[in-house]
Design a protein around this ligand. Structure first.
Ligand SMILES: [Zn+2]
Ligand SMILES: [Zn+2]
Length: 641
């Protein structure tokens, strides 16, 4: 028998008998790999273990460690779920069942409505299929065979005709008595599914088209280990509990009104307090680092947006309107645009003076509220709003200062992320297809970003072609306590705006040179960062940032006087304090303060008043015992921004 040779990912070659499959290859390498093998990747295409190999193929064995493995497992579990549904419901018309992030779904037409009570029955049936370790068996079929097999499945017939018209090969997968039209690949048998769960059901139009009939979409999830499923369920539960839209309401952070328009949060006193505290804290840090605060208009004539390039490149995200500068009889309309970014204002401020090489770098910062048009369907609480405030800054500097400046911006990134206990990683986004500027400038700018990160020993990934149209950038992505990743800070190197606005500085030789410009926002949107923080901390903001730091709880009405005295002392020390004056039991007052996640509750009664003390309760930790009032005042004083 003739032999074939295949190439492995490490570059080595392996001889196999002609007709050998991916599974045979795995066995030839080792019994452990044969057991772990789930599928194969042949010349970049995912295939079943049963796929026969051809001479010269490049082959990778897919195990649960491979990036593609969970998708294959989950899609396979969709077949298992469909088989179980068929067993439970009898006549079912099946649509499609792809894998999705964290799971899979299957769209189907059921003979009756499905309820969460059915989930258990279906899950029990799935467990049987998995326990029996039913095999996934692939068969290539002709168009006529497919038409016959799926004669009673109109949705599948529609797909079959479409695939055939596209010239695609048709294949089916059998799993016990269940047969599905599918291109694969699949895990070899159902027993590989270690844990799964049906999550929810929803209506879905066939093929996402509202003209079509509404099907039942059944969602599930599947994992290689039981503990992975447990962790996933915990994360979902926690994420729901921590949803900043829910906590934002409970904690009195913000509200929205239908009539005010989507994506436009209104900040309640507690929310406004927290946002101002974040700003005050950062303002001090930036002053210390040589930044100068500026204030620029919210609207500009379109001339500015034309010069900046926003009119050409960003118009769809902006709000424009006309103002009549003439009379009703003789209108003279001027078009204005609401700012989506603060950069043009800062460039105009730079232009206000003649600058020398000696004053560089010039660092302008602003808590700039900007408005961007987001689709009404895309807005989401504080995470995606139409109006928000950036901690925006622009640094104008000489070329020899660019790397140092990027490094000092990274110091601010470290400060902020460290303060909020957020891990982060960096990506450098490079030149997009649609961009302006010369190759030389792009290369230089990208190399500045790389050098700055390398000097600091910060690892980074390259995010190809994802830079802004005017320059490359560093994206800082933070990881929250639930393991979710959020894009926050950006640092951009720009050689385009200085040119468009024709800004210069005087060199040592008294000639004119073009400064470099860095754009950077570290929180990004302050409100969005607050949303992340609320979910990251489950609403337990640190003492220095909590909207109310202390709730004073008098045991009886006669202790109100001392309670007010304590409050006055704490307020004098800069504390944010409330006194629970409601006439209700102490237990109820404590419960209310706990629900609002107030860090400290001070219970005061006869003994406390007599000794100038307070009984301290810490949020979610309980009783901390008695403390002298002076000592507690010190705690609050130390938490001052
Ligand atoms: Zn399939
Ligand atoms: Zn900017």
């Amino acid at each position: 028998m003739s032999n074939i040779s295949v190439k492995l990912p490490d570059g080595s070659a392996r001889e196999l008998e002609a007709g050998a499959t991916v599974a045979d290859l795995a066995s030839s390498i080792g019994a452990g790999l044969a057991r772990a093998a789930l599928a194969g990747k042949v010349n970049g295409v995912l295939v079943d273990l049963s796929c026969a190999l051809e001479d010269g193929a490049e082959v990778e064995i897919i195990t649960k460690k491979s990036a593609e493995a969970l998708d294959i497992l989950r899609h396979s579990c969709a077949h298992v779920m469909a088989a179980a549904v068929q067993h439970v419901f009898g006549e079912v018309e099946f649509g499609i069942g792809p894998s999705i992030e964290d799971g899979f779904y299957y769209d189907m037409k059921l003979p009756r409505a499905i309820s969460p009570d059915d989930f258990e029955t279906i899950e029990a049936e799935m467990a049987k299929i998995i326990a029996a370790d039913e095999q996934f068996v692939r068969e290539g079929v002709t168009l006529d065979q497919a038409r016959e097999i799926f004669a009673a499945q109109p949705l599948k017939l529609e797909l079959i005709e479409e695939y055939a018209a596209e010239g695609r090969d048709l294949s089916i997968y059998r799993l016990g008595d269940f047969c599905d039209l599918c291109a694969g690949p699949h895990i070899p048998s159902a027993g590989k599914i270690a844990s799964f769960k049906i999550m929810k059901t929803a209506g879905a139009y066939w093929r996402g088209d509202a003209e079509n009939e509404m099907l039942t979409r059944l969602y599930g999830t599947a994992w290689f280990a039981k503990k992975d499923l447990e962790q996933y369920l915990f994360r979902i539960e926690e994420a729901e509990k921590r949803d900043h839209r829910k906590l934002g309401r409970d904690l009195g952070i913000y509200t929205m009104f239908e009539e005010a328009g989507p994506g436009l949060p209104l900040y309640l006193p507690a929310g406004a307090r927290v946002i101002r505290l974040m700003q005050e804290w950062l303002r001090k840090e930036l002053y210390r680092r040589g930044y100068e605060e500026v204030i620029t208009p919210h609207i500009y004539k379109s001339d500015v947006w034309k010069t900046s390039g926003h009119y050409g490149f960003y118009k769809d995200n902006m709000y424009f309107f006309n103002i009549n500068e003439g009379t009703e009889e003789e209108p003279r309309l001027s078009e204005f645009g609401v700012k989506p970014m603060n950069c043009p204002g800062h460039v105009l401020l730079y232009k206000n003076d003649i600058h020398s090489y000696r004053e560089m770098p010039i660092r302008f910062f602003e808590f700039g509220t900007v408005y961007r048009h987001e689709l009404s369907g895309a807005v989401h609480g504080l995470f995606r709003a139409r109006g928000f405030t950036q901690d925006d800054a622009h640094v104008f500097c000489r070329e020899d200062q660019v790397i140092d400046e990027i490094e000092s911006i990274m110091d601010v990134v470290d400060l902020i992320m460290g303060t909020f206990d957020l891990e982060y990683h960096c990506e450098i986004s490079t030149r997009p297809d649609e961009s302006i500027g010369t190759d030389e400038m792009w290369e230089k700018a990208e190399s500045f970003l790389r050098q700055a990160l390398e000097r600091r020993g910060v690892d980074y990934e390259i995010n190809p072609k994802d830079g802004a149209f005017y320059g490359p950038k560093i994206d800082v992505k933070v990881k929250d306590s639930l393991g979710r990743t959020w894009q926050c800070s950006t640092i951009q190197v720009d050689f385009n705006l200085p040119e468009r606005f024709d800004i210069t500085y005087r060199t040592a030789e008294n000639s004119e040179a073009r400064p470099w410009m860095l754009h950077r926002a570290i929180f990004g949107s302050i409100e969005r960062f607050l949303g992340i923080l609320i979910e990251h901390t489950a609403g337990n903001l640190p003492l220095w940032l909590a909207p109310t730091q202390v709730e004073i709880i008098p045991i009886a009405d006669r202790h109100l006087e001392y309670a007010n005295e304590v409050a006055a002392q704490l307020r004098a020390a800069g504390g944010r304090v409330e006194v629970a004056t409601q006439s209700e039991p102490m237990r109820a007052k404590i419960a209310r303060a706990e629900a609002r996640k107030v860090p400290y509750m001070l219970v005061v009664g006869d003994k406390e008043a007599e000794n100038k003390q307070v009984s301290v309760r810490e949020h979610s930790e309980g009783d901390k015992g008695m403390m002298d009032l002076d000592a507690f005042v010190k705690i609050i004083e130390d938490a001052r921004v």
